[in-house]
Design a protein around this ligand. Structure first.
Ligand code: ADP
Length: 450
């Protein structure tokens, strides 16, 4: 541990490690401080993949996508409230971010689709496994290879400044040892506040009692520290509820399960919504059922295409049966209804038309391959769309819209990009695209100041 670094990065999730790698590549000497005993943050739990348009992998696989369509669909998903400058920068730099990851050994070339998107633009690891673990392992490996110091059990409690210029942080190491470390710039990548129920219920009293899928370190520290320096926030009450969370373990069941073909049924054994509508709409549909939970139903084909299902199975979430009737019995839903639901769905898939709910995606394969599977789910707190306000240079802005000198932020700690509803796969894209930008722009800032 040194007394001074060029750039201090707070939080070792996807955004922080990406920022560190770019700062280093741009000639800086960065350090990362992480309050938890391990690196990875909520990024480790990311399941769907990374959205990007006009990528080389899409081209190779014959998918004709456009940045404009990615922009339009994200804006529609966010109910037109997204920060459009941020969004433009995001879509236009998405393919480059996929290439950058590929260049450092993190190849995301297996494509799927998430709710609200019309094209396969969700990039996953080749074997279809969850993106989070793969990404964190890959980033950590690069951080180590680059010799970037990363301290765990190092909780930043304050960002320090003199005359409006940020110049370091105060850290508590191992819960006891307080130290001040100085730097020419600080990058805040502390993630969201999905585990801070006090703050959540302060901004959204209606969410009392919901489970959260977030890791315990997601408590909004960065937001508080930035507010203390005059930074401003946006969309703090925009909290994403994910529709498919296993309740007993608060474990997220990834959207790829639906993207690869699963349907949702009610306690009556009937479909009740377009399963690949945006997360807010699917959540509302589940909450409108009298039982307020639903069941994902899928077949062996989905199971083989979504690697994460092995993990769900290991955790004891997956109910299986050789026939639909037997599955219905285990689920305690009327067998006739479930049989009829499956038949209707399979014929909708073959016609590529869902007359009941207008689903148009995740219909490449029907659900006719025994054995059959089910996972019971209900909505849970998943992501905080709001956060501190930044510009496309990742500079943290004050109430007058001016940058706070030497202060940068990226990832879930920031707000604006997603508007009122985040599309699955867009947060991984955000942490890479804006994490890179934070590394590059903090390095530029330091060089210009010298
Ligand atoms: P993102 O997806 O934006 O990268 P993550 O949740 O993956 O966000 O990572 C944020 C990381 O920041 C987590 O590992 C979290 O434990 C860490 N963190 C949060 N607050 C602090 C803090 N005060 N000091 C150091 N690390 C922090």
């Amino acid at each position: 541990l040194k007394d001074k670094y060029d750039v201090i990065i707070i939080g070792a999730g996807g955004a922080g490690m990406t920022a560190a790698l770019e700062a280093k590549a741009n000639g800086m000497n960065p350090v990362i401080f992480e309050k938890m005993p391990v690196a990875g943050g909520n990024t480790l739990k990311a399941s769907s993949g990374m959205n990007a348009s006009q990528t080389k992998f899409q081209k190779e696989q014959g998918i004709d996508d456009s940045n404009d369509s990615f922009y339009d669909e994200t804006l529609k998903g966010g109910k037109g409230t997204n920060d459009t400058e941020m969004l433009r920068f995001f879509v236009d730099n998405s393919a480059d971010a996929i290439d950058w990851l590929d260049s450092i050994g993190i190849t995301l070339n297996n494509l799927t689709i998430t709710g609200g998107m019309s094209e396969k633009r969700t990039h996953r690891p080749e074997d279809g496994s969850a993106v989070g673990q793969f990404l964190v392992n890959g980033l950590l490996k690069n951080v180590q290879e680059q010799g970037i110091p990363l301290f765990v059990n190092a909780k930043v409690t304050k960002i320090n400044e003199t005359d409006g210029k940020v110049n370091g942080v105060t850290i508590i190491f191992n819960g006891t040892d307080e130290k001040n470390i100085t730097s020419d710039a600080v990058v805040v990548t502390t993630g969201g506040f999905g585990s801070n129920m006090e703050l959540i219920t302060e901004v959204r009293p209606d969410l009392e009692g919901y489970v959260t899928t977030n890791q315990e370190g997601s408590t909004g520290d960065g937001i508080k520290m930035i507010e203390a320096l005059g930074g401003t926030t946006v969309d703090m009450d925009q909290i994403q509820i994910h529709p498919t969370v296993q309740q007993e373990k608060s474990y997220l069941i990834g959207e790829a399960v639906r993207g690869e073909g699963a349907i949702l049924i009610s306690k009556e054994g009937k479909r009740f919504t377009n399963e690949l509508n945006t997360r807010d709409k699917v959540t509302a549909a589940i909450n409108a059922l009298p039982e307020k939970y639903a069941t994902l139903v899928f077949d062996s084909g989905v199971k083989s295409r979504v690697k994460a299902i092995e993990q769900y199975d290991k955790m004891g979430f997956v109910i299986s049966a050789d026939t639909i009737e037997a599955l219905a019995e285990k689920l305690e839903v009327p067998a006739d209804n479930l049989k009829a639901t499956m038949d209707t769905w399979n014929s909708s898939v073959s016609k590529k038309e869902d007359a009941e709910f207008g689903r148009m995606t995740g219909m490449d394969n029907d659900l006719s391959g025994a054995p059959y599977y089910a996972i019971k789910i209900a909505p849970g707190i998943h992501y905080t769309m709001g956060g501190v306000k930044i510009n496309t240079n990742t500079e943290v802005l004050n109430k007058n819209g001016e940058p706070i000198t030497g202060l940068f932020a990226a990832g879930e700690v920031t707000g604006g990009l997603h508007g009122q509803n985040r599309i699955g796969g867009n947060s991984v894209a955000e942490i890479i695209i804006f994490g890179r930008q934070a590394g590059i722009k903090s390095a530029e800032f330091i060089k210009a100041a010298k």
